[in-house]
Design a protein around this ligand. Structure first.
Ligand code: SF4
Ligand code: SF4
Length: 215
C-alpha cells in the first residue's frame, strides 16, 4: 500500500488561502489504513476547517481515489457541492490527488505527503520493503531487497563499513547483506552469493516517471 501522512494543519490552511469554501475528498483504501485520509480523518478535517472559519461544502471518501473512472463518477455524484467549493482538498496519496485534479477545473490542494510503498507490519506500523525499482532482485537475495534495505542500495554484497553485522549508515539496522547471508545459509543456498549480479539498470526507473502497465 502507499503510505502517506497528513501535512501539518497550518500548512494545509496556508495552501487554502484565498478559498473560503472547501470540498474535502478522502480515500477509503491506503490513506484510510494509514490514517491520513479515511472517513475519520475527513470528519476531523471538516471540524478543524470549520473552527478555522472555512465553510465545508461537502465531503466524500472515494473507494480508491487513484481509480480515475470511479473518482470521476463519485465527483459527478456530488456535483453541486463540488461546484459550490472554491478549492478541493484531497487527503489521499499523490496518485489520488492527481485523479481528482484530472477531473475538475477547481484548484486542488494536497493535504498529504506520499511517503513510500509500505508493508503493513501491524496496525499503524508500516515498513518500506520495496522501492519499485522496476528491476527486481529478490530471486537472488532470499527475498530481502538490497535496493531498499541496504542504505546504499548495493546489489553485490556488503560495503566495507559493515561492523558486527550492523549497517554503517544506521547502526540500529542489521546490514541487509548480513540478513541475506543468514537467510540463504538457513536455506542451504549460500552458493547463490557466488554469482555476480548485473549492476542496476537505471533505465527501468525513469524520472520524470512515465510508466504504464496495460493488461
Ligand atoms: S529489487 Fe527491491 S526495489 Fe526492486 S522491485 Fe524488487 S523488491 Fe522492489
Ligand atoms: S553496511 Fe550493509 S546495509 Fe549498510 S550500507 Fe553497507 S552494505 Fe548496505
Amino acid at each position: 500500500m502507499i503510505v502517506s501522512t497528513q501535512k501539518p494543519f497550518e500548512q494545509i490552511l496556508s495552501a487554502l488561502e484565498g478559498g473560503e469554501r472547501i470540498f474535502i475528498i478522502g480515500c477509503a483504501k491506503c490513506a484510510s489504513v494509514c490514517k491520513a485520509g479515511g472517513e475519520e480523518e475527513v470528519f476531523r478535517m471538516q471540524d478543524a476547517l470549520a473552527a478555522a472559519g472555512k465553510e465545508v461544502t461537502g465531503t466524500i471518501v472515494i473507494d480508491e481515489t487513484c481509480h480515475m473512472l470511479r473518482t470521476a463518477r463519485d465527483l459527478r455524484s456530488r456535483k453541486e457541492q463540488v461546484d459550490e467549493a472554491d478549492f478541493l482538498l484531497v487527503l489521499s496519496c499523490g496518485a489520488g490527488i492527481q485523479s481528482v485534479a484530472e477531473h475538475s477545473d477547481k484548484k486542488v490542494i494536497a493535504g498529504t505527503d506520499s511517503k513510500f510503498l509500505g508493508n503493513i507490519k501491524r496496525f499503524g506500523q508500516f515498513e518500506q520493503r520495496c522501492s519499485l525499482c522496476g528491476d527486481c532482485r529478490l530471486n537472488d537475495t532470499a527475498g530481502i531487497c538490497p535496493v531498499t534495505v541496504c542504505a546504499k542500495g548495493l546489489v553485490n554484497g556488503p560495503c566495507g563499513g559493515m561492523e558486527d553485522g550492523r549497517c554503517e549508515v544506521d547502526a540500529e539496522q542489521t546490514c541487509a547483506w548480513v540478513a541475506i547471508y543468514e537467510r540463504l545459509d538457513r536455506q542451504g543456498r549460500l552458493e547463490a552469493l557466488d554469482k555476480t549480479t548485473a549492476l542496476r539498470d537505471f533505465s527501468h526507473k525513469r524520472h520524470p516517471n512515465n510508466l504504464r502497465l496495460d493488461k
